[in-house]
Design a protein around this ligand. Structure first.
Ligand SMILES: O=C(O)CCC(=O)C(=O)O
Length: 268
C-alpha cells in the first residue's frame, strides 16, 4: 500500500461521500478484464430505465475471472472499506456496466436505498465503480452529488429541488475507481459520445445486511472452494456473530468440505 494515503481517502469519503483511487487497476488488469468480458458482450441489454435499455450488464462478475477476484479483495480498497463497515463485510453486488452511445442518464439514486431506514444515517453499503474505458463527462461517466450522503429523506429541507444541477461527472482515466458511500446520490450518465463506456462496479455491505446478489446460489461451490478465505467470507461463507448465517447450526464453510451432505438429507 506504498504511497496510499488511507487517512486522506477516509477524510474525503467522510466529508464529500466519495474518493478516487488512481491506478486501482493496472494496464494488464484492464486487458484481462476485457478478455474475460468479451464472450459476454453483445448478448443482453438492460430491461428497464435503471439497468439502461442501451446498457449491458454482466452480473456475478466476481466469479468470471481471476482479475475480478483480485480486484474485489484489493488491499487498498479493503483497508478503506474496513474504516466504514464492520469486520466481515459482504460483497452485495458485482457487475460490469457497458453504456452504449445514445443511452439516456440513469435515474438519480443511492445504492443502499432499499435498506428502508430513515436518513440521515450511516451508509449500510459502499460502492466502487472502476473505469475500464476512460470516463468522461460525455461518454456516460458516473455522476455524483458531493455531500448528498449527509442529506435526509426526500422532502428534507437540505435536499435541493433540482438534483441535476448538483451532479458532478467523475472524469477518470481507465484503471481509476471512485469509491462512494451507499447513501450518496449518483447515476450513470448519458452517453453522448460515439463509443461505448465500459466500467465495473462492486458494492459491499454490512455483514448483518441482506446482499443484493445471492452468491451462495449463483457461484458453484467447487469454484468458491478455490477462492481466497477473504473472498469466501465476502460471498457469504461466514458468520456474523454469534450465529447469523449458520447452516443447520454449522459454519457455512463446512458446506465446502469434500463429502458434505445437507443435514436434512443425512440418514445417520
Ligand atoms: O455505471 C455507472 O457509472 C453507475 C451505475 C449505477 O450507479 C448503478 O447501476 O447503480
Amino acid at each position: 500500500m506504498d504511497g496510499f494515503d488511507l487517512e486522506a481517502h477516509v477524510g474525503r469519503l467522510t466529508d464529500q461521500g466519495y474518493t478516487m483511487i488512481e491506478d486501482f487497476a493496472s494496464a494488464s488488469d484492464l486487458t484481462e478484464i476485457r478478455a474475460c468480458l468479451a464472450p459476454h458482450q453483445g448478448r443482453h441489454r438492460g430491461r428497464n430505465d435503471f439497468e439502461g435499455l442501451d446498457t449491458e450488464r454482466v452480473y456475478t462478475l466476481v466469479a468470471r475471472g481471476a482479475v475480478f477476484e483480485r480486484l474485489t479483495a484489493e488491499p487498498r480498497l479493503m483497508a478503506l472499506l474496513g474504516r466504514f463497515l464492520q469486520p466481515g463485510f459482504l460483497l452485495t453486488a458485482s457487475q460490469s456496466i457497458c453504456i452504449h452511445p445514445g443511452e439516456s442518464p440513469q435515474p438519480i439514486h443511492t445504492d443502499d436505498g432499499f435498506y428502508r431506514i430513515p436518513r440521515p444515517r450511516p451508509a449500510i453499503s459502499l460502492s466502487m465503480v472502476c473505469a475500464v474505458d476512460d470516463f468522461t463527462a460525455e461518454n456516460g461517466g458516473t455522476e455524483i452529488i458531493p455531500g448528498s450522503h449527509r442529506w435526509g429523506d426526500p422532502g428534507s429541507p437540505e435536499r435541493p429541488e433540482d438534483l441535476e444541477a448538483h451532479l458532478q461527472p467523475m472524469v477518470m482515466k481507465a484503471g481509476t475507481c471512485v469509491v462512494f458511500q451507499g447513501t450518496l446520490l449518483h447515476r450513470g450518465g448519458a452517453n453522448r459520445s460515439n463509443a461505448p463506456r465500459l466500467g465495473f462496479t462492486n458494492q459491499y455491505c454490512e455483514p448483518w445486511a441482506r446482499a443484493q446478489e445471492n452468491f451462495l446460489l449463483s457461484i458453484p461451490p467447487e469454484q468458491v472452494k478455490a477462492m481466497s478465505p477473504e473472498l469466501q467470507s465476502m460471498l457469504g461463507y461466514s458468520i456474523w456473530p454469534p450465529f447469523m448465517g449458520h447452516v443447520t447450526a454449522a459454519h457455512p464453510l463446512k458446506t465446502l468440505e469434500t463429502g458434505w451432505v445437507r443435514p436434512i438429507e443425512r440418514t445417520d
